[in-house]
Design a protein around this ligand. Sequence first.
Ligand code: G3P
Length: 215
Amino acid sequence: MIVTNFKTYQSATAENAIKLAKIHQQVAEELNVDIRVAVQAVDLAKVIDAIKIPVFAQHIDPVGFGSHTGHILPEAVKAVGAQGAILNHSERRLDRETLKHSIERAKEVGLTTIVCAETPEEGASFLEFDPDYIAVEPPELIGGDISVSTAQPEIIENAAKLIGGDKLLVGAGVKNGKDVRICIKLGAKGVLLASGITKAEDPKAVLMDLARGLS
Ligand code: G3P
């Protein structure tokens, strides 16, 4: 599985988000692989209308209908057609209670959760909340040129042992098919990435290479 987090990159915002999401759909169809995208809340509706592959929110808040100005309501994310939400990304950290409650709310409305962790141990500590996926990303490698698979492959092996391969995504600095191949070989189910695609001159070519790394 490849999940691209569009973050707030200009190349992946508003009309650009739709264009980039369509490229993800093309590659998913051409290579018959599981590719998903996580877009900003304001782009969810348009992106979901434009593509068939699963779309995630980058965050939800553990609120319900009512007086919660400025929050991202799980019911609204579900109603617009999103498959799930990322939670606790290192750029959007949550305290443990808030994370637990957010996962519960996601389950109540039927959203798939990708919960981020900064270490394998932290990821394993989230198993008690029963998220669908746990994405381990060493924060110091996020957005950098050296991938987790090159700099710290032992993190992936350790995470696979502690978390189990079925739930495990890894990320940080993932840029090419070779990185993906190593992540899978070391026990991950897939990768979570951003800049390798959002900063690429030819995102389709990069995504094709990444997707080939899955097999
Ligand atoms: O959510 C994905 C992420 O934080 C990794 O970012 O730019 O290192 O692929 P990047």
